[in-house]
Structures are given as C-alpha cells and as structure tokens.
Write a protein that binds this ligand. Structure first.
Ligand code: DON
Length: 595
C-alpha cells in the first residue's frame, strides 16, 4: 500500500514537471536581456575572464604557451598550433604528434568558418577482417595494443596546414615553446605521475621506447616536481620546425616510424606517410534557438548527431524545465537513443560511404523522431532502430579552445584514441603512436572500446578514416562567436558537448556553471542511462519510474575546455573533471611578465 502511494506520488510529480513541457511558465532565467555584460556574473562558479584573448586547455603549461603567442600578437590559429605542439610535450596521454584530430576555425574578418580534418587514415595494407582473431571474433588486443592498431598519423600535417593557411606566424615561432619544454624538461606533474602509475602504464613499460621515454632508467616514474626531459621528442619537433611536414612524413622521423612498424608487425609504409592528406571540409551547420551551431562533419559523427539531438530538443519548451530535472533529462535521453541508433548504421568516412548528413540534420527528420518520443515513458532501445529511410525534404582525447582579440576562434579536438594510444613510442623519435584503428567497426554488431556499434559504413578499408565522435563546435549569434567547446570521452563526447551547449544557451549559465553541472549519457546500446555523481537521487528515482535503466558509469562524462564571449567579454574554463588544466588569458601572461 505504502509502495503504491509512493508510486502515485512520484507519478504526480512527473506529471507536474511535464506540465512545463506545454511551456508557458517563465522558467529559470538567471540573467535575461538586461543581464550584466559578464554573462553569468551572478553565478556560483566563475570562469576566467578576459578582454584580450585566451586559451583553455587540459594542461596549464600548454594554455600558457598559447596565451603567450596571443600576447606576442599571434592570432587564434597561431596560438592553437603552438598549444597543440605544446600538449604533445606536456600532456602525452592525449596531446600528440602520432595521432590525429579535427579543428574548426573561424576567421572573423572574412566571416569564414572551416572544418579541418586531420584524422588518421587506415594504411593501404589494411583489410576489413584485420581485427578478427582466429575464432572470427574481434580481438581487442589487435585493434588497441598491436602495431596494426595504428592509423597513419595526421596531427603534424593538420596543425601545419592550419598555420600556413590561417596563421600569421612562422613555424619556428609557434613551435619554439614546445621545443623548449621538451629539451629543457618540465616538472613532472601530479597528474602525469599518477597516470604513469595507473592502468595504462603497463603498456608503456612493455614497450622499450616508451619505457625509456616515460620512466627513469630503473623503471620508476619521475616523481612530481622532478625534471622530465624529452630529448628525442625535441629533435623531432626541431626537424618539423625546420622542414615542415617533410620533417615528419619523410626523412629520419618517417624512417623511424616505418622501422617501428617493421619490427612489430605494423602496416604503415613510406607511401602511406607521404600520401597523408589533410582535408578542409564544409562544417555542418544548424540554427538552434536563434543561434548558429557550426561543427565537425563526417568522418566525425559528432557534429551530425549534436545537431540531430538539438533539432529534436528544440521542439520542447526546455527553458521551462529546471536544469537536470527528470523531465528534462528524460527528453535528452530519448534524443540520445535515436541519434546513437542512427550512428550505428549511417555514419562513416564520407569519401567511402554515402553518409546521409542532410537527412540526419533536417528539421523534418527531427519532427518525425519527436513524434515518436513519449514524454512520460522511456522507449526501450530494442524498439528504436536506425532509420531505414528519411523523410525527404530536400583516458583519452583532449580538446582546447582559443579566442583572440579580433574574434577569431579555434575549436580543436585531437587524440591518440586510448590513453597513451597503443602504448608504443617510435624509437629515436620520442612520440607515442595512436590506436585509432579501434574506432573502425571490427565486425558488424561488435562493440568497440567505447561500446559503440557499427556496420558497413564504418568497416575497415584501405585509406579510409575511422568514424569519430569528436565534436569541436563553435556557436554564433548574429555573426559573433558566443561559444567554442568540445571534449574528450569517446562515445560520450557528443552528449557532453550537447549538455554544455544547452546549459549555456537555454539556461543561460556562464561557461563555468554550464560545464560543471553533472551530466548524463545514453548511447542507445546498451540500453542504460549513465549519470555522473551530482544528479539527485530523487531525479534518478523518477527516471527509473519512467522506464529508464540506470547504468554504472565508471568515468566522468567528457572533460571540456571552452571559451565563450558576450558583449566583448571573453570567458573560459578548463573542466575540473580532470586535474591540471586551465584557461589562461593574455592579461594573466602580461601580469606574470610584469612581476
Ligand atoms: O575519435 C573518437 O571518437 C575517439 N577516438 C575519441 C577517443 C576519446 O575521446 C578517448 N578519451 N577519453
């Protein structure tokens, strides 16, 4: 009897919250049209503020490198490239030369926004079944730890492409700080020391080159505060600074990569390296609540599904629901399930598979999905399938965001895939290799490292790029940038980015508050709702009664680094979900140097 009363009471509370869906309440407007120029001034948590430009990244030394480049008169692209090379030295679990990524660049003067694809590529000798073991089933060792896990790296080509096309400084200028950090050494941080003692360290210890780069000769990790020098990495960086992309894709570094492949059964050849191409693609774009969302197109699934979910959610009076209420999170969860179901079937490298991007991001398709969503009950994932046709209408990746005083912005996510990639370093060249090939679908219906499913669209093929979830995104209002964000987190990237955007745009939280709210994640399969600590138990109880199955999420959901801008005031935050990051402004660099 008591139970029945409890159930009735909670159902009533769900219904009361859902009344908000009809939408005429005033909602949670912390700062309306008359808000002070610092959006979110009246908030619980504050970002770093600036008038002159800033860099938010997951590692403070690297943010400082970028901010110093801005202070010296470089633009956002100069600073982003300098930060990218610096992270390769100071944040080796994800910052890289041996991986790849995606960069969305906005140039304010020309009003041009482009998406730079420097994703890794499958070597020519790859084949569809290369990650199946003798029993015909996917072998995670092969796709994650072996030398076959390595895609042809794109980072060096990508960063240099951006610099040459959109930067203003020389290679030597933007690379010098990274070279100095590698050559003179940096203080071992608590964070990296901890990571080197963690579960990924065993892989690094098993590889001779990685052992020599990341550990002392006696095999112990450098202690926090001890100086850690990376001489071979400094040499590689100098070769790149001197010779451009040929310093990496040809000559001694290329020889070292190919030798490493030959020693350990890898597939990358000299031809694969010299053939590596960066693509500048048209970003995917959508209007959302009067804002323009500009984000990464395939071969990342991030932008397509971010927009798909925002389109679905735009049809509800979200603002009238409290942030992270059960009614609100229910709608997010249902949108997530439909998006990830479509991802499993329709997304892959667009140069190999006809990805129906326009269909997936159409408002009409979103209307169709919304008509299937029950606002009071969870639809089981087994009843949600990827679309057969569309209504015709016509631990690790890292993200950083840079804004300069001219309004140019860079939103960049790059990765080795797993934390420290496949754990193997290139002997003599000082950098780690990726295990990005695991992002392909080894076999239809078999999940990858992030539990993601895929099929034909994302099968391994020579020279194809594995499907990604990375979602570097820039948001505009009337032609002015209001937000640049993105995150690591594998499958969880897209949902994390969406929640930051919703908190900032719908609930008008400042970028710190928007980022630090607890997040949820659902990826269709498994049919489980993952949540971070901080979502109230009462909310979760209500959601369980709506039919959601709660899952255990051992990780945090994303770790973003964002910058925002309102009325000429810039603000930035590096997510506190992982230690060691910061947003560093030009003002901070100036006050450092005046001391
Ligand atoms: O491209 C992707 O979607 C993945 N390789 C990203 C990996 C990742 O975010 C791991 N970080 N925690």
């Amino acid at each position: 009897m008591l139970n029945l009363r409890l159930i009735l009471a909670s159902l009533t509370s769900v219904l009361l919250m859902l009344i908000g869906l009809a939408g005429n309440a005033t909602g949670d407007t912390r700062f309306g049209a008359d808000s002070p120029p610092l959006v979110g001034f009246n908030a619980r948590i504050h970002p770093e503020y600036s008038y002159q430009g800033m860099v938010a990244s997951s590692e403070t030394l690297a943010s400082e490198v970028g901010a110093r480049i801005l202070e010296q008169g470089g633009n956002a692209v100069d600073a982003a490239v300098a930060t990218g090379f610096a992270l390769a030295v100071t944040y080796p679990s994800a910052g890289n030369l041996g991986g790849g990524g995606f960069m969305v660049v906005h140039m304010q003067q020309s009003q041009q926004t482009v998406a730079i694809d420097y994703r890794e590529v499958a070597p020519q000798a790859s084949n569809r079944d290369m990650f199946l073991g003798a029993n015909g089933e996917p072998d995670p060792e092969l796709s994650r730890v072996s030398m076959k896990a390595v895609g042809v790296p794109g980072t060096v080509a990508g960063l240099l492409y951006a610099l040459e096309k959109y930067g203003t400084m020389s290679r030597e200028q933007v690379m010098q700080p990274a070279i100095a950090l590698a050559e003179n050494g940096i203080e071992m941080s608590f964070f990296l020391n901890d990571a080197l003692k963690g579960r990924f360290a065993s892989r690094l210890r098993e590889n001779d080159a990685s052992r020599s780069y990341f550990f002392k000769p006696d095999g112990s990790p450098y202690k926090p505060g001890e100086t850690w020098v990376q001489k071979d990495l400094a040499k590689t960086l100098k070769r790149i600074a001197a010779n451009g992309r040929d310093g990496f894709y040809k000559g001694p570094v290329a020889n070292a990569i190919v030798a490493e492949m030959e020693r350990h059964g890898g597939l990358i050849t000299h031809q694969d390296l010299t053939d590596y191409a960066v693509y500048e693609r048209a970003p995917v774009r959508a209007q959302f609540m009067g804002y323009d969302i500009v984000t990464m197109p395939p071969p990342s699934s991030g932008g397509v599904h971010l927009i798909q979910m925002l389109n679905i959610l735009e049809g509800y009076a979200l603002k009238d629901l409290a942030p992270n209420s059960a009614a609100y999170l229910h709608l997010l969860t249902e949108a997530m399930k439909y998006a990830y179901a479509d991802r499993s079937k329709h997304l892959g490298d667009p140069d190999f598979y006809p990805v129906p991007t326009e269909d997936l991001i159409s408002k009409r398709y979103a209307d169709q999905i919304r008509s299937r969503i029950d606002v009071t009950h969870a639809t089981p994932s087994s009843e949600i399938a990827p679309a057969e046709s569309f209504p015709r209408e016509s631990t690790q990746t890292t993200h950083y965001s840079v804004i300069d005083q001219h309004g140019n912005v860079v939103s960049n996510t790059y990765t080795l895939n797993g934390s420290f990639g496949n754990g193997a370093s290139v002997t003599g060249a000082g950098f780690l290799l990726n295990n990005e090939m695991d992002d392909f679908s080894a076999k239809p219906g078999s999940p990858n490292m992030f539990g993601l499913l895929g099929g034909e669209a994302n099968a391994v093929e020579p020279r194809k790029r594995p499907l990604s979830s990375m979602t570097p995104t820039i948001v505009f209002k009337d032609g002015e940038v209001v937000l640049s964000t993105g995150a690591p987190g594998g499958a969880r990237i897209i949902t994390a980015v969406m929640q930051i955007i919703l908190n900032h745009l719908v609930f008008e939280m400042n970028i710190a508050d928007a980022t630090l709210q607890p997040r949820i994640h659902h990826q269709w399969m498994p049919d489980q709702l993952f949540f971070e600590p901080g979502i109230s138990r009462d909310t979760l109880n209500v959601m369980e009664r709506m039919g959601h199955t709660l899952g255990n999420m051992p990780f945090v959901i994303g770790n973003s680094s964002s910058v925002a801008q309102r009325n000429g005031v810039m603000s930035g935050l590096s997510d506190t979900r992982r230690p060691g990051g910061s947003a560093v402004s030009v003002e901070m660099i100036r006050s450092q140097s005046s001391r």
